[in-house]
Design a protein around this ligand. Sequence first.
Ligand code: FES
Length: 125
Amino acid sequence: MENILKKYESVTPSDVKVWFNAGKTADFPADGGGCVKYKDKQIAVINFERRNEWYACQNLCPHKMEMVLSRGMIGSADELPKIACPIHKKTFSLKDGSNLSGDDLKIATYPVKIVEDEVLIGFMD
Ligand code: FES
């Protein structure tokens, strides 16, 4: 279990070495998400249209190791964008992946930029 989680590590904008083209903006439903694969990682891409923002995080929910976060529910808590796992509703910050449910679980997040209508996700390698 530990090994699966190890491959997910948050990336900050200054860490980015590779911008991966995840698809067109139209490929991702408004106020919803989609899942893309980058190397051996599944990444949830969130088109948070209500906030006019995009986010990317690991698709893996660390609670029961389910690949489900791209189908999570998005919302805002005190201005902080968040995503709730569709299974047991554990909630994570989309900004830094921290857990907002009071557990010791967190998720990796990745920078996203939109260039023309392409969705680019930043990785370290
Ligand atoms: S599997 Fe995601 S909260 Fe339980």
